[in-house]
Design a protein around this ligand. Structure first.
Ligand code: HEC
Ligand code: HEC
Ligand code: HEC
Length: 470
């Protein structure tokens, strides 16, 4: 399905390449439309959040790579994707660029690790990949600086092993609109699925770390954080949010009486989603509200738990029988979130009841918020909560048992009282979260392969002896 637009863009690219090769400047008109294509690519790069991984926060030059993605199997460094010929993607052709985005294959033919979300970008249209290419070739400054090399342990150091993984899990096909759905739903599906890669975080992963296709957007672990179920289920997902609330959350990271965004979601909003036009955010919201409901058995929405409680004030002045968590809440949390946890009227500090983080059926995001804080700048305005797990930046550092105590106090008085936190849970979160099965098995893979090899050798030896006897 080649639209005239695709052909037009292809022609423009050929034209500008030819002009560049000849060393002649294009006509004023050609320059104008190239600028439009580059600008379109720029907007797409923001929606796809390429900078999230390819720009090292605060210190790094735009798209020069080097950002360490700490995966359970080891650290994977994002490549330099500036147009540097020596260290970046300056000599990638459009086709090679498309293969990297949609098939996870590098210019030299080696496979990329799926830390690069090509399983989502594979849906990108030809026109959009062409615009992205124009932007990365002509709208980004070349940085001649190599990104650090990734070296994972055996067998994951064999990039060819990803070919097997791709054969099992990469659905190498472009987005196809669903004719039975509205244009807006299809637009939202493309934005959420191909560009903003919501599923890379919000869909659970199987034992081989591929997205579990049976539970789309059903909630997934990200180290110490948990990207909640955002399917249309009214209790387990976001079915009971209004479209306007979803738009507000994606644009600002906060909806009073519902949720705030910290950790990886704060980053997605800060670098990408806040810049999307309102109609795109609305399309994503409309799309989310009609996804298949994935239920994990919740009987009411996460945002509907808890209420204001006077327990903090009641416990003051008691000499004995005070909750260890109360002391910490009183000393470290109440100043901002208020003694009865209602937060502040101006909404700068949120209430801790009617808050998805305290009403969820798992405490990951509560523990992670206390340990790592909130740091999200939207529309030039910072939203900041200190990281109580950080010794370097904060004097009020809390130990594992203290974090567990205050989390349990918050859960039992203001949130989902059925959820309990142990010091061990906090220790695991501090160390980066639970390792998935594959990472747990990794140390055993080489010995296991060795054992298989020895067994095979023994079988061969025995087989040949047996044959010789006859
Ligand atoms: C979630 C993190 C993440 C995001 C988002 C991301 N990338 Fe990547 N990308 C990576 C990592 C990690 C690698 C290197 C993987 C490896 O070494 O196997 C990579 C590699 C690449 C490569 C291969 C370059 C080379 O020769 O090594 C290209 C091209 C690329 N990315 C382009 C993009 C573009 C364009 C976008 C946005 C549309 C994007 N990436 C978004 C993580 C990401
Ligand atoms: C890099 C990982 C990542 C990406 C990409 C991502 N999310 Fe999230 N999302 C999270 C995490 C983690 C949370 C929990 C944040 C918190 O509670 O502070 C979250 C929270 C949310 C929530 C609030 C849910 C609740 O109950 O509090 C919504 C809604 C949401 N995300 C929608 C989206 C949509 C839509 C997209 C794509 C446009 C998206 N997210 C992309 C990680 C991600
Ligand atoms: C200096 C003020 C301050 C202190 C002290 C503070 N917080 Fe916060 N807290 C904030 C701000 C600001 C936010 C985020 C508001 C936003 O996102 O708009 C927040 C958000 C939260 C959230 C929601 C996070 C999410 O992403 O869903 C929880 C839960 C929370 N705080 C718990 C606590 C607990 C428990 C303590 C004590 C250990 C504490 N806070 C101490 C200011 C504070």
């Amino acid at each position: 399905m080649k639209s005239p637009k695709v052909l037009y863009i292809a022609m423009r690219l050929l034209q500008s390449a030819a002009l560049a090769a000849l060393g002649v400047a294009g006509s004023a008109q050609a320059q104008g439309s190239d600028a439009a294509l580059i600008e379109q690519g720029h907007r797409l790069a923001i929606a796809a959040d390429c900078a999230a991984c390819h720009t090292t926060p605060k210190t790094g030059a735009a798209f020069a790579g080097g950002y360490p993605i700490v995966s359970p199997l080891g650290t994977i460094y994002a490549s330099n994707i500036t147009p540097s010929k020596a260290n970046g993607i300056g000599d990638y052709t459009l086709e090679e660029f498309q293969a990297a985005l949609r098939q996870g294959v590098r210019k030299d033919g080696a496979h990329l690790y799926p830390a690069m979300p090509y399983t989502s970008y594979t849906q990108l249209s030809d026109a959009d990949t062409a615009a992205l290419y124009a932007y990365f070739m002509h709208g980004v400054k070349a940085v001649d600086q190599p990104a650090p090399q990734t070296s994972l342990p055996f067998p994951f150091n064999l990039r060819s092993s990803m070919a097997v993984w791709n054969a099992m899990f990469l659905k190498d096909s472009r987005f196809v609109p669903d004719a039975s759905k509205s244009t807006e739903v299809n637009r939202g599906a493309y934005l959420a699925g191909a560009l903003a890669h919501c599923s890379a975080c919000h869909t659970p992963r199987n034992a081989l770390m591929a997205e579990d296709g049976t539970k789309p957007l059903g909630g997934g672990s990200l180290g110490p954080w948990f990207a909640p179920n955002i399917s249309a289920d009214p209790n387990s997902g976001i079915g009971a949010w209004t479209e306007a609330e979803l738009v507000q959350y994606l644009k600002t990271g906060r909806v009073h009486g519902k949720a705030q965004a910290a950790g990886p979601m704060a980053e997605a909003i800060e670098h990408s989603l806040q810049y999307l036009p309102d109609e795109d955010l609305k399309a994503i919201a409309v799309y989310l509200k009609q996804t298949a409901a994935i239920s994990d058995g919740q009987s009411k929405p996460r945002f509907d738990h808890g209420e204001a409680s006077a327990s903090e004030t009641e416990m003051r002045g008691r000499a004995t029988d005070v909750d260890a968590g109360w002391r910490i809440f009183s000393g470290s949390c109440a100043a901002c979130h208020q003694a009865n946890a209602t937060g502040t009227g101006n909404e700068a500090y949120p209430s801790l009841f009617h808050n998805t983080t305290t009403g969820a059926d798992r405490a990951d995001n509560l523990i992670a918020t206390i340990l790592f804080g909130v740091d999200r700048t939207v529309d030039g305005k910072p939203h900041f909560m200190p990281a109580f797990g950080d010794a370097a930046s904060f004097t009020d550092r809390l130990g594992d048992q203290e974090v567990a105590d205050v989390a349990n106090y918050v859960l039992s008085h203001y949130g989902n009282a059925a959820v309990k936190v142990s010091a061990q849970d906090v220790q695991t979160a501090r160390a980066g979260g639970k390792a998935p099965l594959l990472a747990t098995l990794q140390p055993a893979i080489a010995p296991a392969l060795g054992v298989v090899l020895i067994v095979l050798i023994l079988l061969v030896v025995r087989g040949s002896r047996a044959r010789r006897k006859h």
